[in-house]
Design a protein around this ligand. Structure first.
Ligand SMILES: *[C@@H]1O[C@H](CO)[C@@H](O)[C@H](O)[C@H]1NC(C)=O
Length: 649
């Protein structure tokens, strides 16, 4: 039998004996009994002290989370019960404070009423043109208040807006317009030539042009400025009103491989921004800074959703700018800001200036702040709270870091038993990323500190737990697994490898597809990129695996931006040796003038990967990690040695 339990039992018996003895007039026994009980409890405390300590430590966090999550959940239930839509809630805001600022943009101030009037005009123009609920219209426009007013207006008559990444051209632009089956596209003058280039492939798709600078409209193009100026600013009369479940937006997910996919955003999903609103702890007195592109979930849903649904005045900006960042925050008195991806590193990279902490930002929330720069960032810019938020446009697995734990993307509350969690980390095969199943055919939860795939359990009918999927049914199926923890249940595979520590904090390890195997080990590219960038003076770098004839797996290669050839290779090699295990250090380097980045500041690496390291094909200078010690330039001779297997590494 368990010694601890035996001692505990004996202690309890002794204590009871002591109580009885005292009752019958032998008070001396009481002392002895107390001591016995204390001694018996000692091993129990010793054994579980770690657990007890952890519980005490996380209790305030978990209680705060439960309170916020439950409030959000109640709000979400109410939205469903009342068949709410984004435009209905927005209308409530307009009625409540028509003259409150909704958006700041450059030197313009747009009140709730201004946005509403513009959106009414949009609704009327498209209603007049015969558009009905369920039709789709594409929108290609730089960030500005009209952008939001346009999709809100279309939302009033149930027309779905497909938000087009403004960087897209040619084949990918055609693809995006086609898969969403849009009837027309609304665009601004900067994209005229992009559309002219694909004219023959998009016949049948109507063109509505909005001009902000010039006033010229080609023949065959509808002049939206003119149509709007003739339309009434009053609420449109809508017979077939959109419902809670009806589609509002299409957002394209920027996959690292292949062409973009369309993620469906019904009203029910957009309304979920109340969840992060509660979780990250925004206040109704906040002013939000959002320089992110409005065609992505981050900037378009979280970044403007708080303005539309919660009445938070929001600053929009055509483009994120390092030099304007803090001066903007000061100018508009911002108290909260949204970040994405690499933005924080760009800011940290800029030389210090007085504006760095002359602003009033108290909260920054977003996605992708690297753990390596987190502390430095918070200190230099004096940000009280960084709230990293994890989620995807289509998925149902969302978590947030609400106590500012450095590096964590969120946590799961430990005081709630795991079977009630809608999220889990499961074991997966580390090459195929297929879930590993036990003898009962079900998935297995990863242990503490064991990396695994993050999944969200699907529950139909609950907006927080359902998976809205892609327009492409097959693509949707690929993301769903069955029989997860009980027969017949379903879960959404996020594709992200996360790890949970003993406090329940969750850390990002890797995104599937962003790893390669070398010397029998998995190398996480995001991690290596973080390290390189830190050693190499915050330069941009992208890491990928390249094939070497005769070698298994892929050798690590890093493309580093160094236009002025100032990179110190010796420091880099030494730093990498310190920071990374041998298998993770890049074997090859490629020095580039710039790196192509996607709209979310993710670096594109597919092409680099294909090009490899052949000096006869590539103009850029390339280097090889010789003897695991120093980088030497790759000459045609060295290249031959490497690919013929004469050079060992
Ligand atoms: C910012 O605050 C200052 C002082 O509180 C005020 O004078 C100014 O008008 C505010 N700016 C904006 C854009 O609201």
């Amino acid at each position: 039998m368990d010694v601890t339990l035996l001692l505990l039992a004996l202690g309890v018996i002794a204590a009871m004996f002591g109580v009885v003895a005292t009752r019958f007039g032998f008070p001396g026994f009481n002392k002895i009994a107390q001591v016995a009980l204390a001694l018996a409890l000692l091993p129990v405390i010793c054994r579980f002290h770690r657990k007890l300590y952890i519980i005490c430590k996380i209790l305030p966090r978990d209680l705060k989370f439960l309170y916020r999550a439950i409030s959000a959940e109640i709000e979400v239930k109410g939205q469903r019960r009342n068949n709410m839509t984004v435009v209905k809630i927005f209308k409530k805001r307009v009625d409540r404070y028509p003259n409150k600022t909704c958006f700041f943009f450059e030197d313009q101030v747009w009140t709730y009423s201004d946005i509403n009037k513009y959106s009414n005009q949009i609704a009327r123009v498209f209603q007049e043109a015969g558009y009905v609920k369920g039709d789709a219209v594409a929108l290609m426009m730089p960030n500005r208040p009209e952008y939001v007013a346009i999709w809100l207006g279309l939302g009033k008559i149930g027309v779905v807006t497909a938000l087009i990444n403004t960087n897209l051209r040619l084949q990918s632009l055609i693809h995006c317009l086609r898969i969403a089956e849009v009837k027309s596209i609304i665009y601004t003058e900067e994209y005229t030539s992009a559309l002219d280039d694909i004219k023959d492939s998009i016949q049948g798709i109507g063109r509505y042009k909005v001009c902000f600078k010039s006033q010229i409209c080609e023949s065959g193009v509808c002049d939206l400025n003119k149509l709007l100026s003739e339309a009434s600013i009053n609420e449109p009369v809508v017979k077939d009103e959109p419902n809670y479940r009806d589609k509002l937006l299409y957002i394209y997910t920027s996959g690292t491989t292949g062409l973009p996919k369309v993620a469906i955003l019904p009203n029910s999903r957009y309304l979920l921004v109340v969840m992060p609103f509660n979780l990250v702890g925004l206040r109704s007195s906040d002013i939000l800074y959002n320089p992110n592109p409005l065609y992505h979930t981050a900037g378009g849903m979280l970044g403007v959703g708080f303005a539309i649904l919660k009445g938070i005045p929001t600053v929009l900006r055509t483009k994120f700018s390092v030099s304007a960042y803090w001066t903007d925050c000061i100018k508009y008195n911002c108290t909260a800001a949204q970040y994405i991806g690499e933005m924080c590193r760009y800011l940290l990279n800029a030389p210090p200036k007085p504006e760095d902490n002359a602003h009033r930002l108290r909260l920054m929330f977003g996605n992708g702040m690297r753990p390596q720069i987190w502390s430095e960032f918070v200190k230099r810019f004096n940000i009280k709270r960084v709230s990293e938020f994890y989620g995807s446009s289509e998925g149902n697995a969302n978590i947030a870091n609400l106590d500012g734990r450095t590096g964590a993307i969120g946590f799961v509350p430990l005081i709630v038993p795991r079977v009630f969690h809608p999220l889990a980390i499961i074991r997966v095969n580390n090459q195929t990323y297929e879930p590993i199943r036990g003898s009962n055919g079900l998935c297995i939860r990863a242990e503490t500190n064991e990396p695994g795939m993050f999944i969200g359990l699907i529950k139909e009918g609950n907006a927080l737990r359902e998976f809205n999927g892609y327009l492409d049914k097959e693509e949707s199926q690929k993301k769903i697994i069955q029989d997860v923890f009980v027969k017949g249940d379903k879960a959404f595979l996020t594709g992200d490898i996360l790890v949970e520590d003993e406090y329940g904090y969750i850390y990002f390890k890797d995104r599937v597809g962003d790893t390669f195997r070398w010397k029998g080990e998995n190398v996480a590219t995001a991690e290596v990129e973080g390290v390189i960038s830190n050693i190499a003076g915050k330069r941009d770098a992208t890491v990928y695996g390249v094939q070497v004839p005769g070698m298994e797996g892929r050798a690590g290669m890093a493309a580093i931006v160094d236009p002025d050839s100032l990179l110190d290779f010796k420091t880099l090699a030494e730093g990498l040796e310190k920071a990374l295990p041998a298998y993770a250090r890049p074997i090859f380097l490629r020095i580039v003038k710039e790196l192509e980045i996607t709209g979310t500041f993710k670096l594109k690496k597919m092409n680099l990967q294909k090009e490899g390291f052949d000096p006869s094909k590539i103009q850029d200078k390339m280097y090889f990690l010789s003897g695991n010690k120093e980088y030497v330039e790759i000459t045609p001779e060295l290249y031959q040695e490497i690919i013929s297997g004469r050079r060992k590494f």
